[in-house]
Design a protein around this ligand. Structure first.
Ligand code: ATP
Ligand code: MG
Length: 441
């Protein structure tokens, strides 16, 4: 034992392993499949950006910018920030990398993000998101496509039950301005009863009060003026097209007129997919339209919309998952068998069949370990087998066994639909030998 103390992990970070890591991977793999169905192009983005990328686009008074960013001066004295979200960096790249030529551009990515928050279940300082954006599209169909994609993702993850799409519109600039005036007047009248944070928000960013998690504020949010009374005809029409598009796509939703998102850049559509199965951290996916964001980064007016989903929260809903199936456990006994096993192992994996070597402990132990690993087939190469020039194949579920000549096994056998076969005549699909346990077993 060394007497050096092991450094502790950073508060709010997670080392994800075992069934939780499998669930995490399942979420990412499913997202990758769905984003291809919707033809979103994959992008990889830097983990850090100049601080102004975030401070100018998310809004100085948002929680993220005012107190959650990991910002630091690098050795050249430049202020950099570990990304707290994807959208601002993607918008920056749209401008600096000439992505305008691809508009409307559909992109998707996933990876780690950083926010200095109070760590708790479902809330971490390093967490991970899936992200999808459509940049350069003003039509409500873009909002609908993003929502249909999110909806399909949740369904394919098998977690759509108990997750509700809450939808709102924040209107256009004119709608928001008159709504804002009404909100200020209303919250002024109850000012003394609001949380200290919200009293300050009243001056700088009254919409933020609607997003407050403080119970003192929540009491007043229900009765606050609703956006619907301030929507311009155009804003009303836009929202109508989004909802009829959702109808056509078969996406269920509920209206939540007090819904505002945690970042300032949203216009028109805003939404969250929420569940009550994760306690206080019930929002699994959120997004909306951000027509003003690209301008805040110095670009020309560019309509856009997108969403992000917390991978850890989705993975918690998915629940624990086992490692992917093990198709073949290769079990050699003795030195000669070991070298045959090494050849078989390499060959099997090259077929595209998963295989693992079990060569510790006695034969009984090896069989037990293979069973514990969930192996479908055991390929046994023992002394008896070597003497007869065969390998024994055992179906670990039924217990049925058969043998295959060793020479065939190494040179001619292929896997077809989970079975061991030899293609007698490569041009004649009927001319196959299939190895299987005898019926009577
Ligand atoms: P919340 O209201 O839970 O703080 P948010 O509005 O700050 O969420 P967004 O910035 O919209 O969240 O991020 C989108 C999604 O990312 C959230 O719905 C959530 O699933 C996830 N998420 C956000 N912050 C964290 C975090 N600190 N830890 C884990 N997941 C997070
Ligand atoms: Mg937050």
């Amino acid at each position: 034992m060394s007497n050096v103390e092991t450094p502790r992990p950073i508060r709010g970070t997670q080392d994800i392993f075992g069934p939780e890591a499998e669930a995490f991977a399942f979420v990412v793999e499913t997202f990758e499949r769905v984003r291809k169905l919707y033809r979103f192009r994959r992008v990889e983005m830097p983990v850090f950006e100049k601080t102004e990328v975030f401070s100018r686009s998310l809004g100085e008074t948002t929680d993220v910018v005012s107190k959650e960013m990991y910002s630091f001066d690098d050795r050249g004295g430049e202020s950099l920030t570990l990304r707290p979200e994807f959208t601002a960096g993607i918008a920056r790249a749209y401008l600096t990398d000439g992505w305008q030529q691809y508009a409307p551009l559909k992109v998707a990515t996933h990876g780690p993000l950083f926010r200095y928050e109070r760590p708790q279940k479902g809330r971490y300082r390093q967490f991970h998101q899936l992200d999808a954006e459509i940049i350069g599209a003003a039509e409500p169909q873009a909002d609908v496509e993003l929502l249909a994609m999110a909806d399909q993702l949740l369904k394919e993850l098998g977690i759509a039950d108990g997750v509700t799409l809450q939808l709102n519109t924040l209107g256009d600039a004119d709608s928001r301005d008159s709504w804002r005036v009404a909100l200020v007047a209303y919250f002024q009248s109850v000012r003394a009863d609001l949380s200290e944070d919200s009293q300050e928000r009243l001056e700088r960013n009254p919409l933020r009060i609607l997003d407050s998690k403080d119970p003192r504020d929540k009491a007043f949010v229900a009765d606050a003026p609703k956006i619907d009374d301030f929507l311009t005809d155009q804003a009303q029409d836009f929202f109508g097209q989004v909802t009829s598009g959702l109808e056509a796509a078969g996406v269920a939703w509920t209206r939540l007129p007090a819904l505002v998102r945690g970042l300032d850049y949203y216009r028109h559509t805003a939404f969250e997919f929420v569940t009550d199965r994760l306690g206080a951290q019930g929002t699994v996916l959120g997004g909306g339209r951000y027509d003003g964001l690209i301008e805040s980064l110095g670009g020309v007016h560019t309509p856009a919309a997108g969403w992000a989903a917390g991978i850890e929260r989705l993975a918690m809903l998915v629940g624990e998952r086992r490692q992917s199936v093990l198709e073949q456990a290769i079990i050699p006994v003795g030195e000669e068998a070991e070298s045959i096993a090494a050849q078989l192992l390499a060959k099997t994996r090259r077929w595209g069949t998963s295989a693992e070597l079990f060569n510790r402990g006695n034969l009984k132990k090896r069989m037990q370990r293979a069973a514990d690993a969930g192996a479908f087939w055991a390929v046994i190469i023992g002394e008896d087998e070597l003497a007869k020039g065969v390998v024994t194949i055992r179906n670990m579920h039924s217990g049925g066994q058969f043998t295959i000549p060793l020479d065939d096994m190494l040179n001619r056998v292929e896997m077809d639909d989970g079975r061991f076969v030899i293609r007698d005549d490569p041009n004649n699909p009927v001319g196959w030998t299939v190895f299987e346990p005898a019926e009577s077993q």
